[in-house]
Design a protein around this ligand. Structure first.
Ligand SMILES: [Zn+2]
Length: 475
């Protein structure tokens, strides 16, 4: 039986348009999913939309729609990412899906049974942009630094709490036992510090009379679940938990990918919830940085938001994938500018990869020779990428392929000057080496640039190899 592998993105709120940061998150997840498939594993790759909460509830009212109608309309933008970015997504979870609602309620019951849910008075400052409680120290001039355009609201009601404080020891033990639980390492350090300082119980429901748009709390018609509590459970509801336990046990624990603003929710709160419900903690959590533009934060008010749909339309899917995977540091914030995008596009794709492919194809075509299709062992790929991809170093791996695989093909051509070789046997030997090297490059880039890899694979499958139009026309 094939080894099973599970990876999931976070679920973005359905109300906003898909932004470039989420495009990066899902492209990175797709690269990991494709890589594991290439190794022969059976892969589930989950994404979806977070559809509950105050923000969605209010936006729907503004558009004079019911919340469900509003979600049905806006979910299509997220479903459209699959084609736009050429994603190998297998599961798309909407938190309004019936199976998810039932899973969230069962999860609640388990935590309750374990004594981890209690009712108390709740009085806090709240950022509706984050859908999160904010302490005084997290605010700047009385506003959320991520949503300075939104007013901080006061919530004052009685609702349910989750006994997060009870899990301090178990969470610290988890981080101690598994030093690669959170990647990169410095993020594990951050979350450790947060938990060492003493986790506080958090509210997990809302009064229905004030905010009805949420999963109903079991056995309490006056309360609905807090949006984060139900949304996190999608990571396992997607696998069929609690109904399809065979599938769940086959694929869980899985790998999660999330932005740095999600560190606490993913690597601490969700983990405590899992322990409380008697379920295994996640396998690994990869935390990525933000994308700025020209050194500035992207924001609607600054008018500098990069739209992934426009970008793909102009430059193509693989060019966008390449930039996000190669140029944005795997562990830190990165920068996006059109100038840098075009620079890299011309240097690495039009020139680097595109040129080498055209040049070798032309030489081979002119030679009139035939080339046998060699099957490349998976070992080639495994050896080349195993360690690096386990650390999610997309940037380093791509750089390595360009430096140690692609560039040497150019050098080989220059050194052997195949156009001067008269002897057919000798020429075949030289060209065969170049053809095989390009086949290997195609295999290695296939998780990153799947469409381009497939074009190269087909073009160089042999026995006859012909020139084709450039892979990446210059811009
Ligand atoms: Zn906020």
């Amino acid at each position: 039986m094939a080894k099973k592998f599970y990876i999931t993105t976070t679920l973005p709120y359905v109300n906003a348009d898909p932004h470039i940061g989420f495009a990066m998150e899902i492209i990175r997840a797709d690269t990991v999913a494709r890589y594991h498939r290439l190794l022969g594993e059976e892969v589930i790759f989950n994404t979806g939309t977070d559809e509950h909460g105050l923000k969605v509830f209010r936006k729907a009212a503004q558009e004079k729609k019911s919340p469900q109608e509003y979600c049905d309309k806006h979910v299509t933008k997220y479903q459209g990412l699959k084609n736009l970015l050429n994603l190998s997504v297998t599961h798309f979870t909407r938190t309004t899906d019936q199976f998810h609602i039932e899973a969230a309620q069962e999860f609640w019951r388990r935590c309750q049974k374990n004594g981890d849910i209690y009712k108390a008075k709740y009085q806090i400052k709240y950022c509706v942009g984050c859908e999160l409680e904010k302490t005084e120290s997290e605010l700047a001039n009385g506003r959320c630094p991520i949503h300075p355009d939104k007013t901080i609201e006061i919530i004052d009601e009685e609702n349910y709490f989750f006994r997060f404080s009870k899990y301090q020891k178990q969470l610290l033990a988890l981080y101690e036992e598994r030093p690669d639980f959170v990647i990169p390492k410095f993020r594990l350090g951050e979350i450790k510090k947060f938990i060492q300082a003493g986790p506080k119980d958090f509210s997990i429901s809302r009064l229905k009379s004030k905010m009805p748009w949420g999963v109903p709390v079991p056995d309490d018609p006056e309360q609905v679940m807090y949006v984060w509590f139900d949304a996190l459970i999608n990571y396992i509801s997607a696998l069929g938990w609690p109904k399809d336990l065979d599938n769940f046990k086959g694929f869980w624990p899985g790998v999660q990918i999330a932005g740095k603003d999600n560190l606490r929710q993913q690597s601490a709160m969700w983990q405590a919830m899992l322990i409380s419900a008697g379920l295994p903690t996640s396998k690994q959590i990869y935390i990525e940085g933000f994308i700025n533009t020209g050194g500035q934060k992207m924001s609607k008010s600054l008018g500098n938001v990069i739209d992934p749909f426009e970008l793909v339309e102009k430059y193509g899917t693989d060019a966008v994938r390449y930039y996000l995977l190669r140029e944005i540091p795997a562990y830190d914030d990165g920068d996006f500018s059109i100038q840098r995008f075009e620079e890299l596009y011309n240097a690495d794709l039009a020139n680097g990869l595109g040129n080498t492919v055209s040049r070798v194809a032309k030489l081979v075509e002119n030679s009139g020779l035939e080339f046998n299709g060699t099957r490349l062992p998976k070992k080639v790929l495994r050896n080349a990428q195993k360690n690096a991809l386990a650390d999610f170093r997309f940037d380093l791996i791509l750089n390595n392929i360009w430096v140690t695989d692609l560039h040497p093909i150019e050098i080989h051509v220059d050194q052997h000057q195949p156009w001067l070789i008269k002897d057919k046997d000798k020429l075949l030997l030289v060209l065969q080496e170049e053809v095989d090297s390009l086949r290997e490059v195609a295999l290695k880039i296939s998780p990153f640039l799947p469409e381009t890899a497939e074009k190269i694979r087909k073009q160089f499958a042999g026995p006859k190899i012909k020139s084709e139009k450039p892979l990446f026309p210059r811009v």
